[in-house]
Design a protein around this ligand. Structure first.
Ligand code: HEM
Length: 364
């Protein structure tokens, strides 16, 4: 049966030639480490989000009167609804963690340098879109947590003179978070952001294939060391084939991702669903304290520490801009961060600061 399908495809699309030229003859460096698999894991994690989100959409009602109850229905009555909801909630947190790790490893290995600046920028845009996914998705269950977190976040633009109020009102569809905000965030979450992220992913993967994967900088190949004066595809004649070698490596890491996801779903199901997420939204009752998700805690804590809101938000925008355009600031050819003590020290200090701010934000 399988052989007949293969023969049928061979006659029609030249399957073997396709596999040979696109997968087997496409080579990756011999010494790729496990960090090279994180991009692929993020890709699979996103697909899991899309599939589980599709099943949630069957029962979810995007209306302020029904949203909370529809989510309760998914958790308690709809067949396997609890599983898809937990996959979606846990998956969103793990996806952000995987993207962070992918970005850190790309930074650590200097893979953002010429000729891969565009790959880095598109990656950053994907990170920002993913965070917008998380923010918009947070409001959808219409719980106390959803409502008040969105109230805090949508008030942020008001720190800016002239345009601030306009932006905040545009996001909320009025002066307060309401059913209109829910509809806007729902439309963003299911209709605008998915094609945007898919489009960015296509460009990201195209750039990676077109340029070729970078080799680890710790024992850089001669090909990578050659000056980049005109376009060429970076290939590794002595490297490993993408398929099956690299694909198998990716699959091991995807399996590990699934193990972590199902471990959390089974043993720590409420890890990302605190008490306030089980109480329906009440615009008249502000909860005692409200905290954003773990990945927003560091910027949130930073804003709390800087008394001037305008200054705090402007600093964060400047930080994002600097990181986004980092490959154009750091044009030194040396990719091995271990040979650049100042950059290594700044990288480690920034990472530590992020961890400290996150823990501080959690406990304060
Ligand atoms: C949804 C998010 C993302 C997905 C699905 C994704 C996917 C991928 C894949 C499949 C690869 C090739 C294998 C690898 O090196 O892991 C890759 C490489 C790369 N990614 Fe991403 N990525 C994402 C986010 C990011 C972010 C946030 C950045 C940086 C800000 C980034 C920058 C890069 C760079 C520079 C490379 C080239 C690495 C090399 O050639 O060695 N990516 N990405």
């Amino acid at each position: 049966m399988w052989q007949r399908i293969k023969n049928g495809l061979e006659v029609r699309i030249g399957l073997e030639d396709l596999i040979n030229t696109k997968l087997k003859n496409y080579t990756v460096p011999r010494n790729t480490n496990i960090f090279y698999t994180l991009g692929g894991v993020a890709l699979v994690a996103f697909i899991i989000q899309a599939i589980s989100g599709f099943f949630l959409l069957i029962y979810y009602v995007p209306h302020s009167e029904h949203a909370f109850r529809s989510v309760q229905y998914i958790m308690t009555v709809a067949p396997f609804g609890w599983l898809f909801r937990l996959m979606h909630v846990v998956g969103s947190n793990l996806l952000v963690a995987v993207i962070f790790l992918h970005m850190l490893s790309v930074f650590f290995m200097g893979s953002y340098k010429k000729p891969r600046e565009l790959t880095w920028i598109v990656g950053w845009l994907m990170l920002l879109v993913t965070l917008t996914f998380c923010l918009s998705g947070y409001l959808l269950p219409w719980s106390q947590l959803s409502y008040w977190t969105t109230t805090v976040v949508t008030a942020m633009p008001t720190a800016f003179p002239y345009v601030g109020d306009y932006i905040a009102n545009l996001l909320r569809g009025g002066e307060f978070v309401s059913g209109i905000t829910l509809n806007r965030f729902f439309a963003l979450h299911v209709a605008f952001l998915p094609p945007l992220l898919v489009g960015l992913m296509v460009i990201h993967v195209f750039l990676i294939r077109r340029i070729g994967l970078s080799s680890p900088p710790f024992d850089e190949s001669a090909e990578e060391a050659r000056p980049w004066t005109e376009y060429r595809h970076v290939s590794y004649p002595n490297g490993n084939s993408f398929y099956p070698y690299f694909v198998l490596k990716e699959l091991y890491m995807v399996a590990l991702y699934l193990v972590v996801m199902f471990f959390v779903i089974t043993f720590l199901p409420t890890l990302f669903l605190p008490e306030a997420s089980n109480i329906p939204a009440n615009p008249l009752r502000t909860p005692a304290y409200i905290k954003p998700q773990w990945y927003f805690l560091a910027p949130y804590q930073m804003l709390k520490l800087i008394p001037n809101k305008f200054l705090g938000i402007s600093m964060q925008i400047a930080l994002i801009g600097t990181f986004l355009l980092w490959p154009f600031f750091d044009t030194k050819k040396e990719r091995n961060i271990l040979k650049r003590p100042l950059l290594l020290a700044t990288f480690t200090a920034s990472l530590l600061l992020w961890v400290v701010l996150t823990m501080w934000g959690r406990s304060s």
